[in-house]
Design a protein around this ligand. Structure first.
Ligand code: FEO
Length: 395
């Protein structure tokens, strides 16, 4: 499959409808993904990025239908991660001397992955490449999300090839933002941001401000995953600016794990308490062991407050809850209030351990948490409900 996006530019990537996990099992891709590669044909012919290695052969066969490989003048490697560079070894076996434009870190990373000394041309922000009627200008995007990440702007067609930034793991043959279901699109875009880009939010704000300062006309943002933003492409830039600045909605997330349902009953009673004093707030409950971890993170990212619960087991907390806490520590969620809860039978460490982990993740604890012995009775559930009321009032 290929798809002409302007007179000069053709999408030559791969839609991966089957993909359900990305980055090993760190990221769930319920709606598949795509590896977007773009071929610019003109006085000079340029290939921007490739696809993941399992699709390399298919990619090159398709590319040959678009162009004689010998006619490719330049390859741009915006990013060395294997989902975009995976077809380079096979491609460069056929055209070994073609220059590969990338950042200095990109050259290092590509060498370290493939152990090949290709014809690298290292570029920095502001460097450009004349390709005839158009010009490509490079913008380093260090740590968005790897040290080598870069964007390429094409004048004439005014396309920003943004690589991972502004992307979504979203397989769709509709290709453009205005043609797909908007709620699906934004669900995937915010999930991508929450789970991949959150740690880099401060860098991202500065980078977007820098790009905006160039006063470029941008008719399209063509990322390396998902759909192309052609209808009001600045909408996703504005969303990124929002998401990067301690974003929250009127939502509270309760994440817990439970051995015999006591901690689940506590979670539900706390939710009742919150709703009894705030009808407008959205409260979402997730059993961490039964729910998709990336969907939980997305909801945590959207929330203004987070409650985490776990039974005490072996003087510790349950493993699924621990996994989520590890994730939020690494991501560095901002601007979230928090509290802990859990049931116990004898030693009862879970709440104090949850408190430590929440503080370690830089969430703002609003109280010391609540624990209930064994299976909470009517009085115990009343205490949990009151805890929810009090928590809500402290937000
Ligand atoms: Fe889509 Fe960072 O690779």
């Amino acid at each position: 499959m290929s798809f002409k996006i302007t007179n000069n530019v053709t999408w030559v990537g791969k839609i991966d409808w089957e993909l359900r996990n990305f980055h090993g099992d760190e990221y769930s891709t319920h709606r598949g993904s795509s590896y977007n590669s773009y071929l610019i044909k003109g006085k000079k012919n340029v290939l921007i990025d490739t696809v993941w290695e399992p699709f390399a052969k298919e990619f090159i066969e398709n590319l040959k239908k678009e162009i004689n490989l010998e006619d490719i003048d330049y390859i741009i490697a915006n990013h060395g991660e294997v989902d975009h560079s995976g077809a380079l070894p096979l491609l460069l076996k056929e055209i070994p001397n073609v220059p590969v434009y990338c950042t200095a870190n990109g050259a290092k990373i590509l060498k370290a992955h493939y152990h090949e000394d290709w014809n690298f041309v290292e570029v920095k922000t502001g460097d450009s490449l004349d390709i005839g009627d158009e010009k490509l200008t490079f913008v380093e995007a260090r740590m968005l999300h790897w040290p080598d990440s870069m964007m390429t702007y094409m004048s004439g067609d005014n396309i920003l090839f943004s690589n991972d930034a502004f992307g979504q793991h979203y397989a769709s043959d509709l290709m453009y933002n205005d043609l797909v279901d908007q709620s699906e699109l934004y669900q995937e875009a915010i999930k991508y941001y929450a789970n991949i880009l959150t740690p880099f939010s401060p860098i991202l704000t500065k980078k977007i401000e820098e790009i905006l300062s160039f006063n470029l006309t941008v008719n399209m943002i063509a990322p390396s995953h998902g759909i192309i933003w052609r209808d009001n492409p600045s909408q996703i830039i504005e969303k990124y600016m929002d998401w990067a600045k301690g974003y929250s909605e009127n939502e509270i997330v309760i994440v817990y794990d439970t051995m015999w349902n006591a901690t689940r009953k506590m979670a539900e009673a706390i939710a009742d308490g919150i709703k009894s004093v705030d009808k407008d707030v959205t409260v979402k409950l997730f059993n961490a062991a039964h729910s998709d971890k990336n969907d939980i993170i997305t909801e945590m990212f959207k929330s203004k407050a987070i409650l985490v619960g776990s039974s005490t087991v072996n003087k510790s907390i349950m493993s699924a809850t621990g996994g989520i806490l590890d994730m939020i520590k690494g991501l560095g969620l901002k601007n979230k209030k928090a509290a802990a809860f859990g049931s116990y039978g004898w030693s009862g460490e879970s709440v104090s351990l949850l408190n430590e982990r929440l503080k370690g993740a830089k969430l703002e604890l609003v109280n010391d948490g609540i624990k209930e012995l064994w299976n909470p009775d009517v009085e115990g559930l009343k205490r949990c409900k009151e805890f929810g009321v009090d928590f809500s009032k402290k937000l």
